[in-house]
Design a protein. Structure first.
Length: 71
């Protein structure tokens, strides 16, 4: 599992998803060193929040944004 630190640029919650996707779920654009990705979110996030992008083979992007771990 590879963590990539990033910052939430924008987020939205989908309340009516396409077939095969259980709603509601949240998607976020996350800025990280090297670019910006759209990824599903594990929990709720706010714009400007620091998150980790972690590998998730079940996600269409291969990543999921999760709350940043504190040391």
């Amino acid at each position: 599992m590879t963590d990539r630190p990033g910052v939430v640029y924008a987020a939205t919650t989908i309340h009516v998803g396409p077939p095969g996707h259980e709603a509601p779920y949240t998607l976020a654009y996350v800025d990280f060193d090297g670019g910006r990705v759209l990824a599903p979110v594990d929990g709720r996030v706010t714009v400007g929040e620091r998150v980790d992008l972690v590998d998730d083979p079940n996600s269409a992007s291969g990543l999921v944004a999760t709350h940043r771990r504190t040391a």
